[in-house]
Design a binder for this molecule. Structure first.
Ligand SMILES: [Zn+2]
Length: 69
């Protein structure tokens, strides 16, 4: 059981019955889901991924507007 105040959920089955499973090569905490048996990263950097995605879309849109001129 994870006894921190923050509740983590399995990214595959949304269960919160997780155990910590050390850290990966980049230092992110990992979990092992006791419900579905999945292994994953406890706190994936989703926000930065979203920001990056927005940036890519923005760049793409800027490029396509240049291409139209
Ligand atoms: Zn799971």
């Amino acid at each position: 059981m994870i006894t921190e105040s923050k509740v983590y959920t399995c990214r595959k089955c949304q269960s919160n019955d997780l155990v910590k499973n050390g850290t990966n090569a980049s230092g992110s905490s990992q979990y092992h889901c006791k419900t579905c048996g999945a292994y994953g990263v406890l706190e994936p950097k989703e926000r930065s991924t979203e920001e990056k995605k927005e940036l890519i879309i923005k760049v793409y849109q800027e490029r396509s507007s240049y291409a139209r001129d």
